[in-house]
Structure formats: C-alpha cells, structure tokens
Design a protein around this ligand. Structure first.
Ligand code: FAD
Length: 408
C-alpha cells in the first residue's frame, strides 16, 4: 500500500459538482486533487443536460460553444388524456447540453487553474480519525491501494452517496428516489425544434413525467422517470399508448439508453462535518419538481470551495467552521426547495382526471400569457413570487390551492 501526503483538498468524483469545486479551490491557490473512478471524464453520461441559460450565465458558463446542442423558448405539457398546455416564452430560456462535453469542459477549466485529476481512481473508503475525515483510501486500476491525507475532503460522488454514509451524516431519502431511463432516439415526428415536450400521468410516469428534448439534427433526448416499476416498461407504454407521444414516437428508433436514479426528496439536512463537505447529487441538491441538479450542484460547489478556503486559512476545518457552507446553501436554496417540495407533493397527489382539468384551466385562465416573460426556472419559489401578482396567476394559484385541498 502506498501512502501519499500533501494536497490541501481532495475531491471525490469529476462530475460537474466535483470539478467545479476543484476549479474554485484551485483558483484560490489551494492544492487540489480530484479522483474519478472512470477512465474518461463525463462517461458514461446519464443526464438529459437540459439547463437554464440564465443560471449558466450567472455561473460564468455560457455560451459553451460546441457543448450547447439546442436552445428552447417553448414547452408543451400534455395530460394523460392528451390535453395540451402550450407555453411560449419571449426568448430562449433553456439549453440542452452535451453532458459529456460539459463535464470535460469544467474539468479542463479546473486543470488550467491548477487542479490535478486522477482518473481510473476509485475512492474506496474515507479515512476517519476521532470523528474527523482526514483523507481517502483509493484503488487505481492496476489494483494499487493508496492512502492520501488532506485537511478537506469534498464528496461529489453523485447519487449513490456510498461514502457520505460513512461519515454518519443523514443521507438522501430513499423514498424520494425516482428511477429514470434516458435515451437518444431518431425518426420522431410532429415536434417543434425549439420546444420541449412533457407528458404527465400516473399510467405513463408515476411520480414524475416523460420528456422529449429535440436536437437540430433530427434526433432527440427522450426519457422518463417513475417512482414505481421498471422505467423501460413505462417508456414502452408512453411510446405506444399515450394519445400524443404514441404518434410522435411511433416510428422512433432508440439509438442508446442509460438508467440512473434521481433524488426528489430535497437536500440532506446537513452537508458537512469535521474535514468534510458534500456537494451535488450526493447532498441531494436537486430540484424536486424537474430533477434538475446541475445548476444547484454547481452553485453549491462554489460555496463549498469558498468555505473550504476560509477554513484552511483559519487552520480550522471543524464542523463549526464548515457550517457556514450549510448556512449559505440555506440562504440560497431553502425557500425554493420548500416551494418545489410542495409543488412535487401537489403534482403527485393529482389523479389523471385532475391533471387533465388543471391543464385545461391553465389554458383558459391565460397562464401561458402570464408566464411569457419568465426567464428564471431554477429558483421556482422566487419565480412564483414574481408572477403571483398577475391576475391570471392569482386565479390559477387559487384554483391550484383548491385542487391541493381536494386532489382526487
Ligand atoms: C435521466 C436523468 C436526466 C437528467 N436530466 C437533467 C437535466 O436535464 N438537467 C439537470 O440539471 N439535471 C439533470 N439530471 C440530474 C443531473 O444528472 C445530476 O444532478 C448531476 O449529474 C449531478 O452532478 P454531480 O457532479 O453531483 O454527480 P455526477 O454527475 O453523478 O458525478 C459523480 C461522479 O463521481 C464519480 N464517482 C462516484 N463514486 C466515486 C468513487 N468512489 N471514486 C471516484 N469517483 C467516483 C462518478 O463516476 C461520477 O463521475 C438528470 C439525471 C438523470 C438520471
């Protein structure tokens, strides 16, 4: 067994959250090593990569040339009966990214800033001494075990949260998990190039929804997630039985498919302990409404790097000091997470008939017009507050409140 010394921070996982943390650590002159178990960054990709342009700009990650595959200014929502609620926005609000290229781009930026990346290096266990995380045990693909000590360990291992469990922190809620299939398809018919298609319904995607995200080359990212059963079977059903999707996808050919879980249960109660910070999916920093985790993961990553840097400067990496990361995450996300968790509960509570009625009412009340100027889709609590004064939204929110009290 090898024993190595020296970095000030080690990061587990070269997904967007891990590499973005490394970028911000390295920018502050902190000697950082990132360990990634796969031989290539961004592979295998499991994500649709549908992300808000405004948030990417805020994080200094736009225009992302060669990574953006398409942009969107519209979305069509369908009930299980086929009722359509069409939303047309004033300007492109979201982009679909090639997730492999995005991960590689962020890792590249981190490397340029001075972070070191070690691929084919799986972190096996955390080293823990008297309640403090003091380093890692890593296995490389030539089967060598290495022990590495560092004052700061950042966990960005993604949804498995296997290592986070070793710290004794409360992990993400198993009850909040949905299981997703993400595919690339071609031969899709009757869809608009700059609109995303979204399909609701307990018979098609219980606990979540299905999606088609078109690309200009005629292919599309098609997927769904479900809180029960096998997502493959639900996708088959969506493609053959849904009144709208079955027409759009009747000739579609599946070019590739991946499977992965998404955590919709809201962030873990505490994402730090002595010498340890958790960012991204392993801390369940994912929108409970849409399953989007990239923006919140990146935002938290920057905060984690800032807190780590301050702790290293003070020479104190205790939980007490690292809790300022927790405090910043609460300030940034807490209201939006609470709102999105309520929205998720509301959507899950609706019967298919009520969902159909809801989409009809949204069209009748002119909710589409009230939302036309929206550019913020990540911080959905704040977004709702912004539009809540419009007459159509007041009527819609009153109607949703009634539905919430009497869902079926
Ligand atoms: C089907 C699907 C569609 C999605 N669509 C969207 C979307 O459109 N928009 C959006 O914003 N989000 C989406 N998400 C969520 C998004 O993919 C995640 O929120 C995001 O990838 C989280 O980034 P991360 O860096 O925390 O974790 P990950 O991207 O999962 O990265 C974790 C990394 O850690 C590595 N790793 C794990 N364990 C170890 C170990 N022990 N040692 C070394 N390395 C390790 C992994 O190999 C991986 O590279 C989707 C998710 C799914 C499943």
């Amino acid at each position: 067994m090898n024993t190595q010394n020296a970095p000030q921070a080690v990061v587990i996982g070269a997904g967007p959250a891990g590499s973005y943390t490394a970028l911000h650590l390295a920018k502050q002159g902190i000697k950082t090593i990132v360990f990634e178990e796969h031989p290539q960054i961004g592979q295998p990709a499991h994500c649709a990569g549908h992300i808000s342009i405004r948030s990417l700009k805020t994080l200094g990650l736009y225009p992302l040339e060669g990574i953006v595959e398409n942009t969107f200014c519209a979305a069509n929502f369908y009930s299980p009966q086929g009722t359509k609620f069409a939303l047309q926005l004033n300007c492109p609000v979201t982009a679909v990214l090639n997730r492999t290229y995005l991960d590689q781009y962020i890792a590249n930026q981190a490397q340029k800033a001075g972070a070191e990346f070690r691929l084919n290096s799986r972190v096996q266990t955390l080293l823990i001494q008297k309640g403090t995380i003091t380093g890692l045990k890593i296995k490389t693909n030539n089967n060598t075990d290495t022990l590495l000590r560092a004052p700061i360990v950042v966990d960005a291992e993604g949804i498995s949260s296997r290592l986070l469990r070793q710290t004794g922190l409360t992990p993400l809620k198993a009850s909040g998990l949905v299981y997703a299939i993400e595919t690339e398809m071609d031969n899709i018919e009757g869809i608009e190039e700059h609109a995303v298609e979204v399909y609701f319904g307990k018979g098609y995607a219980p606990g979540f929804y299905g999606w088609v995200i078109p690309k200009p080359d005629g292919t599309a990212k098609v997927g769904l997630a479900t809180n029960q059963g096998d997502p493959r079977n639900y996708l088959k059903r969506l493609m053959t039985k849904h009144p709208v999707a079955s027409k759009q996808l009747s000739k579609a050919k599946i070019l590739s498919a991946t499977y992965h879980a998404i955590s919709l249960g809201g962030p873990i109660p505490q994402a730090c302990s002595n010498g340890f910070l958790a960012v991204g999916d392993c801390a369940s920093q994912i929108k409970p409404t849409t399953g989007g985790g990239v923006i919140f993961g990146l935002t938290a990553a920057k905060e984690a790097a800032n807190t780590a840097s301050q702790a290293l400067t003070r020479g104190d990496v205790s939980t007490k000091v690292l809790m300022s990361y927790q405090k910043r995450c609460s300030e940034l996300f807490s209201f939006d997470f609470k709102t999105m968790l309520q929205l998720r509960r509301f959507l899950d509570s609706l019967s298919d008939e009520k969902l159909d009625e809801m989409l009809r009412v949204c069209s009748k009340l002119g909710v589409d017009k009230a939302l036309r100027g929206v550019t913020e889709i990540d911080y959905q609590g704040k977004m709702l507050l912004n539009v809540a004064t419009k007459p159509a939204m007041i009527a819609a929110l009153a109607y949703f409140a009634l539905l919430y009290l009497n869902p079926s």
